[in-house]
Ligand binder design. Structure first.
Ligand SMILES: Cc1cc2nc3c(=O)[nH]c(=O)nc-3n(C[C@H](O)[C@H](O)[C@H](O)COP(=O)(O)OP(=O)(O)OC[C@H]3O[C@@H](n4cnc5c(N)ncnc54)[C@H](O)[C@@H]3O)c2cc1C
Length: 386
């Protein structure tokens, strides 16, 4: 058993760490949070130029063909510097992952080289207004075969980065008579298609990864934009959702680490009763407990990445990682604020941003309650919902 990174992985970590130190300074990250509804173009370009979008794209399509562990190393560093930037990047990776997993050779040749260069942005349009947890029951968006195209009508909600995406990867009903799991298909919908409209939904945190309603009104989608097998989109999409859980766990870990680091440094500087508050055992215990949760989450996330890279099942561990990492971010943000007292609550420090950012991780992409339901179902208990 080996818990260490390889030399190559250590180099990647160092490179991303240095990139973040230079390009994602605390001042710039604050500015982004206050002013941007997506990753600024100049930053996106720098991230693209250094090759982060190509990390997981096969070499045959202009990427580096790296594994999930390497992608998580990149995500960990960026999410610790700015979870919103990591989330904005992640939305593209996620939206495009159907092409990697299910695309035809023509689709791969068309999209992946541009994806690797950061020239395309994607979003994943799954959730609908009737609910995200009961996603199958909620889906009403339809795609009707009209000969040379599909005609899409319906609405999605909470879709990260849909307002800037070149393509909104959209799940729609193609066979209304079949059981829902057997009647869905996946489409790459160009955002600039006639009939597509997006509306940004104001939200508490992760501002630079804007979240949208998407409206489809008689949208003509070319036949070649169907990804995967007609009517089998649900099962095929599930292939992409487990890695998503590893990635979103890493976003939570980034928030947890950032909040811990800020509280840790603050406690050393702030004095009370004639010395730094860091000497008080109760505050040290808060920090120790956060550090334990961070370590647990990190180990579980990298274990999932390792399992995934080694083609071993990891669906239970991915649900566990999602919960443990979300809890770590919650504890770090809440207790971090406690450690910083009044200043933690002001807009003068970053703790308030971590406090706003962590909450998204608790119920998205799935809520902790649903992740626990799934763990028990995977362990053989009867399905407790539906
Ligand atoms: C900021 C943000 C970004 C997002 N980005 C995307 C995106 O890019 N693409 C996308 O497709 N979706 C996205 N989502 C949607 C996200 O996946 C859903 O919000 C999530 O699945 C929860 O669905 P919901 O919000 O409709 O809550 P609901 O499904 O209404 O759930 C409400 C509460 O009921 C509980 N609940 C429901 N059913 C059960 C059950 N059987 N057992 C126990 N508890 C249950 C839930 O745990 C939760 O606490 C995003 C959401 C947000 C807020």
């Amino acid at each position: 058993m080996d818990f260490g990174f390889t030399k190559e992985q250590e180099m990647i970590q160092k490179e991303v760490h240095n990139f973040c130190k230079k390009e994602l300074t605390p001042e710039y990250v604050r500015w982004i949070d206050e002013n941007c509804d997506f990753v600024p173009d100049e930053l996106w370009k720098k991230i693209s130029d250094i090759g982060f979008f190509g990390a997981h794209v096969p070499e045959a399509y202009g990427g580096e063909g790296l594994g999930v562990i390497e992608s998580m190393i990149i995500a960990e560093e960026i999410a610790t510097a700015s979870v919103a930037v990591a989330l904005g990047m992640g939305a593209t990776t996620l939206g495009a992952s159907v092409i990697l997993n299910l695309g035809t050779p023509e689709q791969k040749a068309k999209y992946l080289p541009k994806l690797a260069k950061g020239e395309l942005k994607f979003a994943l349009g799954l959730t609908e207004p009737a609910g995200g947890t009961d996603i199958l029951g909620a889906i009403q968006t339809t795609a009707v075969d009209r000969g040379d195209h599909f005609l899409l009508n319906g609405q999605k909600v909470f879709i990260t980065s849909a307002h800037v995406a070149d393509y909104i990867t959209t799940i729609a009903i193609t066979n209304p008579d079949a059981k829902r799991t057997r009647g869905l298909s996946i489409f790459l919908v160009p955002r600039n298609s006639d009939g597509v409209k997006t509306r940004l939904i104001p939200k508490l945190g992760c501002h630079a990864a804007g979240t949208n309603e998407v409206f489809y009104d008689n949208v003509k989608v070319p036949k070649e934009n169907l990804v995967g097998t007609l009517h089998n989109g649900w099962y095929e999409l599930l292939l992409t959702l487990n890695p998503e859980r590893i990635g979103t766990s890493m976003l939570s870990l980034g928030v947890a680490k950032a909040a811990f680091n800020e509280a840790f440094e603050y406690a050393k500087q702030r004095n009370a009763f004639g010395g730094p508050i860091s000497r008080f055992q109760s505050l040290q215990h808060y920090l120790a407990d956060i550090a334990i949760e961070i370590e647990n989450a990190r180990n579980l996330i990298y274990k999932c990445a390792w399992l995934c890279d080694n083609n071993k099942p990891y669906h239970i561990e991915a649900c566990m990682a999602k919960i443990v990492a979300a809890k770590a971010s919650e504890k770090a943000a809440i207790w971090g604020m406690e450690i910083m007292g009044g200043w933690g609550y002001t807009m003068e420090y970053d703790m308030q941003r971590h406090f706003r950012d962590y909450k998204q991780m608790v119920f998205s992409p799935i809520s902790d309650e649903m992740a626990k339901n799934m763990i028990m179902q995977f362990m053989g208990y009867p399905k407790s919902w539906a």
